[in-house]
Design a protein around this ligand. Structure first.
Ligand code: NAD
Length: 256
């Protein structure tokens, strides 16, 4: 019998849907929070990010699926009105598994995995940092910060920065500026830079004071950090694709 668990947003609609799922699935699968094979995320994109981080120690053996209880989701396939179809599809095992690439982020202190993006953000003063691609110096950036997203994260914070939406999960990462300073004295690329998984980005700064490191929904301080390395991780997050919602359909529903 397959093992499953539910990660649920703490609002009444999500709680009610979670209960309906438990009623439907408990005779079919074993509920196991510690060692699930399928994690059902009930809520929004934020709940899915939380779910992936919660089970990041067992990415090889777990698969994620999302049921969205808000208005729309990018990391979730089903809307709350489609709960019957969702139950039916799980019941008939009518699904395939696909991978979403993750970022591997390493500082001189810690290693992190990101599904959407990493953000280096400084809202107090201009952050100065040197950017290297594969050990080759690219630029000295000055501004509020930088964001590196995955294909999955290209529709999230990256899009608000004017970055490109990437269709398909193809191991690409995208470096975008957060309010970069561009004038005769200081200059950086200005546009987003898309790199494939053969590349590595290295950030270096003498002073990350007042800067924070955002990893998806999480925020860390950069005390005693002087460099940050980013590449596409060897590990992926496995997602259950129960119902095919095309990327174009998602884009139209969300943005047009
Ligand atoms: P949150 O509740 O502030 O969510 C912000 C919005 O980002 C929500 O509408 C959510 O649905 C959307 N979102 C998250 N992942 C997405 C994705 N892959 N594609 C399209 N939209 C997506 O914050 P949270 O729930 O803790 O989620 C953290 C994420 O929110 C971060 O990874 C970041 O990408 C995103 N975010 C975006 C902005 C912005 O666009 N200005 C600001 C803050 C956070």
């Amino acid at each position: 019998m397959q093992r499953y668990t539910i990660v649920c947003k703490q609002d009444s609609t999500s709680q009610m849907i979670s209960k309906q799922l438990r009623d439907a699935f408990d005779s079919l699968m074993t509920y196991d929070e510690m060692n699930p094979e399928m994690v059902i995320s009930v809520g929004g994109d934020g709940t899915m990010l939380y779910s992936v981080h919660m089970y990041k120690h067992m990415l090889d053996s777990v698969a994620f699926v999302g049921l969205h209880t808000g208005t729309l989701g990018f990391l979730t396939d089903y809307q709350k009105e489609e709960i019957e179809q969702f139950i039916n599809d799980v019941y008939h095992k009518d699904y395939t598994i696909y991978n979403r690439y993750l970022l591997n982020v390493t500082t001189n202190k810690e290693t992190y995995l990101a599904l959407n993006e990493l953000r280096i953000e400084n809202n107090m003063r201009s952050q100065v940092l040197d950017v290297y691609i594969d050990d080759e110096f690219l630029e000295t950036f000055r501004g509020n910060g930088l964001c590196v997203c995955t294909s999955s994260g290209s529709t999230a914070y990256n899009k608000s920065l004017g970055g490109a939406v990437i269709c398909g999960d193809n191991g690409l990462m995208q470096l975008s500026e957060i309010a970069g300073i561009h004038h005769n004295a200081y200059r950086s690329l200005g546009s987003s830079l898309i790199l494939d998984k053969s590349h590595q980005i290295h950030f270096e700064s003498q002073n990350f004071e007042n800067s924070v490191l955002g990893i998806d929904h999480l925020v860390y301080d950069l005390k005693d950090v002087n460099c940050i390395d980013v590449k596409i991780s060897n590990q992926c997050a496995r997602f259950v694709q129960l119902k095919h919602v095309s990327m174009i359909e998602r884009l139209k529903r969300a943005f047009l």
